[in-house]
Design a protein around this ligand. Structure first.
Ligand code: UD1
Ligand code: CA
Length: 454
């Protein structure tokens, strides 16, 4: 946190993002599994004690995703200038002196970029970051109106006859203001432009007219500051981020096969020596230990894979933990609170939910295990199902060490299978089976003479 006058950060995130053609607010769109707005929050968190997010379109979904964030509502989306004006009462109340403002659709910004911008902005009343691009696209264009004066003209309002060919210098959507300047200038904004919106960018011209110190802060051609408006721009930013994260991981000693197809969230921790094959997605707070292997076509979210575990192709893991020496997949599904202990095995078309599969135990084929505690060296036969739900409540199944569950068994919970017991194939087990016993529930097989068909 920088010393000096009390500073707040404001994120503009109330817009719909019409160019995304979605009912969800644009800042909820994800890059590598994290919403755009999360990146902006992450970049600002180390630098500002007070961070306000202007929300409006889809504000409920934002509040739900970030329950502890400070939101300020912009009821109608009348433009970026109007959005910032919605924060004025709160900023004055909090006795803030300087206000950093950034568009919420700038996901690749990072703390060091902001810090550098703030130090170069110094004590200017208004500072705005600019980029030099080959093509100014739909960005606001920076126009020199005199020796030391500038204006930002939005692409829609750009008049070639008046301003000539654009230079490629554009407004990045990152600003700093003295609160005094905002208090005086924001009420003066007008919406007499092509969009009929109150443009934040008009503060540059207005500020100079009123004698405030105003200057652009050129930030080169850094793509990290480019705003995301369309699906194509989102994909391009995600590609940049993926390449950066993967290059850092490979530098650290993580082995990635086909890295262009490996998507790893910045929130995930991958230890050196881990090996991951693309295509593959590792999202959320996942952790992959050294010498763990994740094969291609897997998706992991918020899952912990310890060293020397193997996740084979086409597995889907969420909120689970896999210990060293365990093998999962191919085609396995681990749902929240599944824990696969040391050297256990989960095979194809096996689903586990809220279930602990003990050390050395195996569930290799076509099985559902939910709300279960399974001991050591248990064998779960093909087609075993824990019937954990009676339509209203969930019940637990306990299978003790060394038990053997024959194929096509239904275990109707609550039920316990004792240590070293065997369940005969095809049984529907509704009563607990004590240790060292055989539990079997099926009709005796009959052999009859074959009936003549003709
Ligand atoms: C804006 C700038 C443009 C700049 C570009 C950089 C203005 C008028 N233009 O254009 O100069 O080059 O960003 O990426 O500021 N928002 C609100 N309330 C509103 C409208 C928008 O909170 O009423 C938020 C949006 O959610 C978004 C941000 O403000 O996060 C920017 O809005 P957007 O519509 O994307 O502006 P651009 O047209 O990209
Ligand atoms: Ca934008």
């Amino acid at each position: 946190m920088t010393n000096g006058p009390r500073r707040a950060g404001v994120i503009l995130a109330a817009g719909k993002g019409s160019r995304m053609r979605s009912v969800r607010p644009k800042v909820m769109r994800t890059l590598l599994g994290e919403p755009m707005l999360q990146y902006v929050i992450n970049a600002m968190t180390p630098l500002f004690r007070d961070i306000y997010i202007i929300g409006g379109y889809g504000l409920d979904s934002l509040r739900e995703r970030w329950p502890r964030a400070d939101f300020i509502e912009q009821k109608e989306q009348l433009g970026t200038g109007h959005a910032l004006a919605c924060a004025l009462p709160v900023l004055n109340e909090a006795a803030i002196a300087r206000v950093f403002v950034i568009n919420g659709d700038t996901p690749l910004v990072d703390s060091s970029l902001i810090e550098d911008f703030l130090s170069r902005a110094g004590t200017l009343d208004i500072a705005f970051a600019t980029l030099s691009l080959a093509d100014p696209a739909s960005f606001g264009r920076v126009v020199r109106t005199g020796e030391n004066s500038w204006a930002i003209i939005e692409a829609k309002d750009y008049d070639f006859a008046k301003y000539g060919q654009p230079t490629g210098e554009i407004n990045a959507g990152m600003y700093e203001f003295g609160l005094n300047a905002l208090n005086e200038l924001l009420p003066l904004l007008k919406n007499d432009n092509k969009s009929g919106e109150y443009y934040l960018t008009d503060l540059i011209r207005l500020g100079q007219e009123k004698g405030y110190s105003v200057a652009p802060i050129p930030c080169g051609s850094n793509p990290s500051l480019m705003g995301v408006n369309s699906p194509a721009e989102l994909a391009a930013m995600e590609d940049l981020l993926r390449a950066k994260i993967n290059a850092d991981l490979m530098d650290k000693g993580v082995c990635l096969h086909s890295p262009a197809t490996v998507s790893i969230s910045p929130a995930a921790v991958i230890e050196p020596g881990a090996e991951i094959s693309g295509p593959c997605e590792i999202y959320g707070d996942s952790r992959i230990g050294s010498d763990a292997v994740v094969e291609s076509f897997c998706q992991l979210r918020d899952s912990i894979i310890h060293s020397f575990a193997l996740i084979r192709s086409f597995s889907h893991l969420e909120g689970c933990e896999v210990m060293g020496g365990a093998i999962v997949g191919p085609y396995a599904r681990l749902r929240p609170r599944a824990k696969i202990c040391e050297n256990a095995r989960v095979g194809n078309f096996v689903e586990l939910k809220k279930t602990r599969l003990g050390p050395g135990s195996k569930a290799n084929h076509l099985t559902y295990l939910g709300d279960s505690v399974i001991g050591e060296n248990v064998n779960i036969g093909a087609g075993t199902i824990t019937c954990n739900y009676d339509g209203r409540d969930k019940f637990e199944t306990i299978i003790e060490d060394g038990a053997f569950i024959g194929s096509d068994t239904a275990l109707v919970a609550p039920v316990t299978v004792g240590k070293n017991s065997v369940i005969g194939a095809g049984s529907v087990i509704t009563k607990s089976v004590p240790p060292d016993s055989l539990g079997i529930e099926r009709n005796r097989q009959k052999i009859l003479p074959r009936r003549k068909t003709r």
